[in-house]
Ligand binder design. Structure first.
Ligand code: SF4
Length: 239
C-alpha cells in the first residue's frame, strides 16, 4: 500500500478510537431536524470553497492583508476561517498552528482532524458549520496569543459573528472561552458543561481538541467534550 494511504488510515483509526472513548456510539448521517443553515447556504462539500457573501468575502480579504499586530510578521498566511456563512453552529479556537499557517485553513492539523470527526459525529459536515479562531495568524511556536494580539484581532471575529449570526458558538479551550466569558473564572472542567448567554448567542465552552490529544490516556475530558456536544445537538434540534 502506498505510504500516504497507510498514514491516512492510521489517522482515521486514531480518530475513531478517540470517538469511541468519548462515548460516541454512532455517527449521525442525516442532519438534525430544525437546522436551516444547509438549506440556505450555497452548496459545496469543500468548506474552503464556499461562496461567501460580499461582506464576509471583503472581511476575509482584509484579514489576509492585515498587519495590525506582530503575528502578521511571522506568518506564512492569515487564516480567516471557513464554512457556511449562514451556519447555526460555529466553532472558535485559539489560533492557527503550523499546518493551518501553511494551508491557510483552520483546524486542518491533527487536532483539526479530530474536530472534523467530532463535527461529523454530531451530524454535520465542516461545510455546514463555521470554524474560526481568536487570532487569525499563527503565534510563534504555537504560544498563547498575547493580550494585545487578541485585542487587535478579535474585531475581525466579532464582525464574522455579526455577519454569520450563529445560534451556538462552541469555544474550544481557555483562550477562546476567556474572550467570550471573561467573568467565568476557573478551569475548563468547571466552566464547561452548560450554556452561557453572549449577546443572544448560546456559548458552549469545551476542551480544545489538542488538549484531548495531549491527554490521550485520559478518557474523562473526551467524555466531557461529547457530553457538551450532545447538549449542542439537543439545542439545535438533533438527538
Ligand atoms: S493576528 Fe489578526 S490583527 Fe494580527 S496581523 Fe493577523 S489578522 Fe492582523
Amino acid at each position: 500500500m502506498p505510504r500516504k494511504s497507510v498514514k491516512i488510515l492510521d489517522g482515521l483509526d486514531v480518530n475513531l478510537r478517540f470517538l469511541k472513548e468519548m462515548g460516541v456510539e454512532d455517527i449521525v448521517r442525516t442532519p438534525p431536524p430544525g437546522r436551516s443553515s444547509s438549506a440556505a447556504a450555497p452548496r459545496t462539500s469543500d468548506p474552503s470553497k464556499a461562496v461567501l457573501p460580499a461582506e464576509l468575502d471583503d472581511l476575509h480579504k482584509e484579514i489576509l492583508a492585515c498587519r495590525k499586530c506582530a503575528l502578521g510578521q511571522g506568518r506564512i498566511q492569515a487564516v480567516p476561517g471557513e464554512g457556511d456563512p449562514k451556519a447555526e453552529l460555529m466553532f472558535v479556537g485559539e489560533g492557527p498552528g503550523r499546518d493551518e499557517d501553511e494551508q491557510g485553513r483552520p483546524f486542518v492539523g491533527r487536532a483539526g482532524q479530530l474536530l472534523t470527526k467530532i463535527i461529523a459525529a454530531m451530524g454535520f459536515s465542516r461545510s455546514q458549520v463555521f470554524i474560526a479562531n481568536i487570532v487569525k495568524c499563527r503565534p510563534p511556536e504555537n504560544r498563547v496569543p498575547h493580550r494585545g494580539e487578541v485585542e487587535a484581532c478579535t474585531p475581525y471575529l466579532l464582525r464574522q459573528i455579526e455577519i454569520i449570526r450563529p445560534r451556538v458558538i462552541v469555544t474550544l479551550g481557555k483562550t477562546a472561552t476567556d474572550h467570550f466569558l471573561p467573568e467565568a473564572t476557573g478551569s475548563m472542567t468547571s466552566i464547561r458543561g452548560r450554556f452561557y448567554d453572549w449577546n443572544g448567542i448560546r456559548i458552549m465552552p469545551t476542551f480544545h481538541p489538542s488538549y484531548l490529544i495531549r491527554n490521550e490516556g485520559n478518557k474523562t475530558p473526551k467524555k466531557m467534550v461529547w457530553d457538551d456536544m450532545k447538549l449542542v445537538m439537543a439545542l439545535l434540534g438533533g438527538k
